[in-house]
Design a protein around this ligand. Structure first.
Ligand code: ADP
Ligand code: 5GP
Length: 191
């Protein structure tokens, strides 16, 4: 059995990573398995424990981290986020292309640990900064202070896009998802 790819999808909060991921997951021919992260942030309306994230207390997060159970982790706008390690390797061994939706710091850790050449890294860009602000505000899930922090963080994240192998603009959702699907197919065929 051929080992699956490790695909990293990053981009500023609100760019549409979750939306694009849902489109990609509909395509069973991509053999994708989405790695659900662990976070200490509060659940948003409509989210479910174990689907968007494993929602844990700061104590539970620190315990998992200390035990070496995270592939990477990051503190982002007052909260911790991390990728549970064991499942990622298990699913790749089973032939699944594992999708990590993580921030630039986490991606840096994974690329340093596994080697840049062994990771299919994709950075999602907004059509414009104004459109990014509109999407974050339109989602309406964070208060004004958090939105301002996320926009500042977005500038820092976009500055790190050169670490990634692919750069895709999320303007039209359908064509963005199709572009990413073709990147994954090409990488899987070359691997
Ligand atoms: P992220 O996971 O990157 O934080 P989301 O997937 O939650 O972003 O998307 C943020 C907002 O932008 C949502 O309201 C979503 O519906 C919207 N959105 C995502 N992609 C597009 C797109 N291509 N065009 C317009 N709106 C989009
Ligand atoms: P949100 O709170 O909007 O769901 O996510 C905030 C940021 O944390 C996003 O940039 C998202 O990609 C990132 N993130 C989510 N899960 C992880 C993770 O497991 N590790 C890291 N490093 N970042 C994550």
């Amino acid at each position: 059995m051929k080992k699956g790819l490790l695909v990293i999808l990053s981009g500023p909060s609100g760019v549409g990573k979750g939306t694009v991921r849902q489109e990609l997951m509909k395509d069973s021919s991509l053999h994708l398995w989405y790695s659900v992260s662990m976070t200490t942030r509060a659940m948003r309306p409509g989210e479910e424990n174990g689907r968007e994230y494993y929602f844990v207390t700061p104590e539970e997060f620190q315990k998992t981290l200390k035990e070496g159970g995270l592939l990477e982790h990051n503190h982002y706008v007052d909260h911790d986020y991390g990728t549970p390690k064991a499942k990622v390797e298990e699913m790749r061994q089973k032939g699944y292309n594992v999708l990590l939706e993580i921030d630039v710091n986490g991606a840096e850790q994974v690329m340093a640990a596994l080697g840049k050449e062994n990771v299919c890294s994709i950075f999602l860009l907004p059509p414009s900064f104004e459109e990014l602000a509109r999407r974050i505000k339109g989602r309406c899930t964070e208060c004004d202070k958090v939105i301002a922090e996320r926009l500042e963080q977005a500038k820092r994240e976009i500055a790190k896009q050169s670490d990634y192998r692919y750069h895709v603009v999320n303007n039209d959702l359908d064509s963005c998802a199709k572009t990413i699907a073709s990147i994954i197919r090409k990488e899987a065929a070359n691997d």
